[in-house]
Design a protein. Sequence first.
Length: 261
Amino acid sequence: MTMALVCVAAALVVAPTESRKRRLDTVFGSAGVRRSLPRPEILVGSVCVPAFLVGGVHGLLAAAMVVLLFRRRRAFASRDEQMQVERRKLLDGIDIVIGELKIGAHPSAAAEAAAAECTGVVAEVLAVAAARSRLGGSGADGIEAADATIAAELGRIGQAWRVAETHGLALAELLTAARTDLLGRLRFRSRTEASLAGARATGTVLAGLPILGILLGQLMGAAPLKVLLGGGTGGVLLVVGTAFACAGLLWTDAITSKVVA
């Protein structure tokens, strides 16, 4: 009976609707936007509910920890990927500003031209800087005051802009130096990420070894799943073991994040 309920819960998630596209939108998001993660209610329905039916409260707690860990890691990876995209856009935007300045354009006109070519946060920041500079203010204020995921990078660009305004130096040269520094940081981060791939993979494999042990024990006839999902001491061991595995992955992420930072 329990396995039948699990199968029904899984079937409800993948059940066909009017079209394949609508089914994907139902699971991963609406309005034609595909998200990197299913909605929270989908995760709860497809993981936590079957876990509760099979393993009771202990199974629910273990599944909840796994779901939370999965969502946290994927959200962190998605945010990091978005930051990398915004940094690349910033490089392109500053490159356009430098090109406009070298042909004699005013800083406000150069920033406005770059804002027209860019998208996202970079376009908004450059548009604000252009407006401030055109009205007689400081374009650096519009860049440094931006509240964005790449605030640190924008702050360096704003500092170079402010130095040029304060001391009358060539803005194109200072922005070129700032862009070179940002490009060097991105390349160093890419090399560091590549070198940490092995350590992250090792951490993931070590966290998954208990699962392999459980599967081997099940194949040998020791029935560890019956013990872990039967409640009592086995249920406590399931929760504690899952907590240790999740903590190990979080610890790995914390160590590697400090290296990249």
